[in-house]
Ligand binder design. Structure first.
Ligand code: KE4
Length: 435
């Protein structure tokens, strides 16, 4: 039986928040609407755990949607922030840290000889698209249904993440002209990819090399290679969005694992260690088209700000090969344990995982694209999440997101997670105790 959540302070804050903030939250997925409950207001994070404003403690599998690969309030990151903040928070002028971080990223991400920092993944995607259009003199962009690259007008067509969670096919306010420049095809659909790139006038093909915004839906064998081949054949740039996978699934992101190299790589989350930071990177010749070196304009008041750069440097410095082995091991054991728990409960699930990423679909068919992801049992996923929350485990409050285990997650927390998951699967057989 699920324990009722004592969420009185959260409820009070939510009531006030809704008067001053649309939906009571500053980013839609936090509203928890797709799992049928009100949002939980968080007070603090400690390693792999978070405490809400009512004192409920959870093992956190959102971890700020990916940036906190070392967990909450990691001492080395906090120390770097304290030391940097003591010297001032932002100057609107270049700093040594930005040079260091750029060198660290170039050393890790193949194909990134230069990078430009922004404050969000959306801005990085927007800039990458603009650069691709300038470099090719073309306008159209090919994206994949269910992929999310930020909330820029042209890419909200059939996007994943919050848009899918909200079941918003494409947002109001996006002009027809912007949507008309975007071609959307199903992920892992070779025929559609060949057809939409045959003799086409594409500026870019943009993809998450390991999509995690429709839930985690890996590329079919050879599909990334085909993206590269088709981009080359039709003269489009290949933009790989590693905002989630970058520095998480491997030191060099998904590109290190696949060997398929982008013309422009979009990065975020881990690169800022939990502070607002993102970037786009690529070959010197291409990147030098950006102002002030070139004519393609792009800017940002807090781009490369000292605090985010300090947190990003501290975060990346700690990510050695041993870290990735530990994260891979934890994720694999979490996936195996969840499969076992679902099987024991007689539940048909598809559990897909990669280092530091995992998704549980309530479906008896493998998930290879967004259409299949939307046909999984969303109501059952929502009920399972509510049961997990009642048992002190905080899963991503949307089927169209990924679980983000961190290096702070311990063996003891793994066992507690699996026990809660087993109990939550069993609770699905019972009527829900309304909290
Ligand atoms: P931001 O603009 O939110 O910093 O980054 C946009 C973005 C770009 N590319 C990928 C692959 C992304 O996953 C994101 C943002 N990720 C979502 C979670 N899937 C952020 C959570 C939210 O929107 O609140």
């Amino acid at each position: 039986m699920s324990a009722a959540l004592t969420d009185t302070r959260s409820a009070e804050l939510y009531e006030r928040a809704q008067r001053r903030i649309p939906g009571g939250v500053n980013s839609p997925v936090r509203a928890m609407r797709s799992i049928g409950r009100d949002p939980i207001f968080i007070d603090r994070g400690e390693g792999a755990e978070i405490l809400d404003v009512d004192g409920n403690r959870y093992i956190d599998y959102v971890c700020s949607w990916g940036p906190l690969i070392h967990g909450h309030a990691y001492p080395r990151v906090l120390a770097a922030l304290r030391e940097t903040a003591a010297k001032g928070t932002s100057f609107g002028a270049p700093t040594a840290g930005e040079v260091r971080l750029a060198e660290m990223v170039a050393e890790r991400m193949q194909g990134v000889e230069m990078l430009r920092m922004t404050s969000s993944g959306t801005e990085a995607s927007m800039t990458a698209i603009r650069l691709a259009r300038a470099a090719t003199g073309r306008e159209h962009v090919l994206k994949f249904a269910g992929a999310y690259h930020g909330h820029l007008d042209g890419l909200l067509a059939e996007a994943g993440s919050g848009l899918a969670t909200q079941a918003l096919p494409a947002s109001p306010g996006v002009p027809e002209s912007a949507a008309a420049q975007t071609i959307v095809i199903p992920w892992n659909d070779e025929a559609a990819l060949r057809a939409s790139t045959a003799g086409s006038e594409l500026a870019a093909i943009i993809a998450e090399p390991l999509p995690a915004n429709m839930g985690l839906v890996p590329p079919a064998p050879g599909f990334l290679e085909l993206l590269r081949e088709r981009a080359d054949q039709c003269g489009a740039l290949l933009l790989l969005d590693e905002v989630i996978s970058g520095f998480r699934v491997a030191r060099g992101g998904a590109q290190e694992l696949s060997g398929v190299q982008a013309d422009l790589t979009i990065m975020g989350k881990v690169i800022g260690g939990g502070l607002p930071a993102a970037a786009l990177g690529g070959a010197t010749e291409l990147m030098r088209m950006l102002a002030p070196a070139g004519a393609v304009y792009q800017a940002g008041t807090l781009s490369g700000n000292p605090l985010a750069v300090a947190a990003g440097i501290a975060t990346l410095e700690l990510l050695d090969e041993d870290a990735y082995e530990r994260l891979a091991d934890y994720t694999a054991r979490l996936a195996a344990g969840l499969r076992e728990a679902a099987h024991a409960a007689g539940r048909a699930v598809q559990i897909v995982s990669a280092t530091g990423l995992l998704t549980v679909f309530f479906s008896d068919e493998p998930i290879a694209n967004f259409g299949q992801a939307t046909r999984s049992d969303l109501a059952l996923y929502a009920r399972w999440c509510r049961e997990l929350l009642a048992r002190g485990v905080y899963p991503p409050p949307s089927q169209f997101e990924a679980w983000f285990p961190s290096l702070a997650h311990s063996e003891e927390q793994l066992q507690r997670t699996l026990a809660a998951a087993a109990a939550a699967f069993a609770a699905l057989e019972q009527p829900e105790l309304v909290a």
